[in-house]
Design a protein around this ligand. Structure first.
Ligand SMILES: NC(=O)c1ccc[n+]([C@@H]2O[C@H](COP(=O)([O-])OP(=O)(O)OC[C@H]3O[C@@H](n4cnc5c(N)ncnc54)[C@H](OP(=O)(O)O)[C@@H]3O)[C@@H](O)[C@H]2O)c1
Length: 267
């Protein structure tokens, strides 16, 4: 199986790294990146074939995978540059936010498309990736794609394409929510005199410990929160401020706003 990756920027790079870490070899990959400086770096980093555009006459085989990791605004023009490249049996894996499988199918004149939404975790094989296959994608095709998705981290198949927008709001933007909360906690640590280095390290270790504990204990978020909240204690004082000021509503509204934006971008 040959894997062509078109657009090797932030996410494309994470995908290539994960594929190589999961046992794919450099000669299975063809990277298409239009930025010449990035091409040189990619060649040095991965020792694989890197081109600015697909060489004339490139034809994929039925078992090949064509990954689109370019910005959504480049999608239509870029797809127009690939006439005759895809074999009807080859698979297109798009990680572009907001570009529907219907539009991709029209632009590429291709039916077997999987739309996936990885997140930042892909850089360290810890992505939470939702994916949606079109009806032409067979179970056998999916096995090929799942191997790529699990190289990035963990994957969840969704049965409606609209759920990819939900995944974008929850998992795609999710790392930013965690960082925002960590920033607020860190600011208070600084305000009360903890040094910047220590404040960062303490908050980071706190989040890490909580997440690892959740994973090991299999408790729900609410269960662990209740477990660490003694009546009239410090955590209860903090949570009552969040609750009384409508913090829960604000956070849910924020995630809903991300969902609506994902929908808008898809129009
Ligand atoms: N970053 C994330 O964490 C993340 C998460 C989920 C989904 N995504 C999706 O992933 C896609 C890529 O995001 P990104 O942050 O990786 O973008 P990026 O850093 O801008 O990378 C895209 C790269 O593709 C190049 N490119 C564009 N059209 C090309 C073409 N036809 N042939 C070859 N190279 C081409 C761009 O070159 P130029 O610099 O010249 O434009 C750029 O180097 C987006 O659609 C985004 O919605 C990203």
């Amino acid at each position: 199986m040959r894997i062509v990756v078109v657009g090797v920027g932030n996410l494309g790079l994470a995908i290539v790294r994960s594929l190589l870490n999961s046992g794919r070899t450099s000669d299975e990959l063809l990277l298409v990146e239009r930025n010449p400086n990035d091409r040189r770096t990619l060649e040095e980093l991965f020792q694989c074939e890197v081109v600015g555009e697909l060489p004339q006459g490139t034809r994929l085989d039925a078992g090949d995978v064509f990954i689109l990791a370019i910005k959504p605004q480049d999608a239509e023009a870029s797809c127009a540059a690939f006439p005759g490249v895809l074999h009807p049996g080859s698979l297109v894996l798009s990680v572009m936010a907001g570009v529907s499988t219907t539009r991709l199918s029209q632009w590429l004149d291709h039916a077997k498309i999987i739309r996936a939404m990885p997140n930042l975790g892909a850089s360290i094989n810890e992505s939470a990736t939702a994916y949606f296959p079109t009806t032409d994608v067979t179970e056998q095709d999916l096995e090929r794609i799942q191997r790529i998705i699990t190289a990035l981290g963990k994957g969840w198949r969704v049965d409606k394409e609209s759920l990819i927008d939900v995944a974008t709001a929850v998992a795609g933007s999710g790392p930013a929510y965690v960082c925002w909360l960590a920033e607020q906690v860190e600011k208070v640590a600084l305000e009360f005199g903890i040094s910047p280095e220590d404040a960062h390290a303490i908050v980071l270790q706190t989040f890490r410990g909580a997440l690892l504990y959740l994973e090991h204990s299999k408790l729900s978020f609410a269960e662990l929160r209740e477990r660490v909240t003694s009546p009239h204690g410090t955590t209860a004082a903090a949570l009552s401020v969040l609750q009384d000021s409508g913090g829960d509503v604000v956070v849910r509204d924020a995630v809903r706003a991300a969902f609506r934006r994902a929908q808008e971008l898809g129009k």
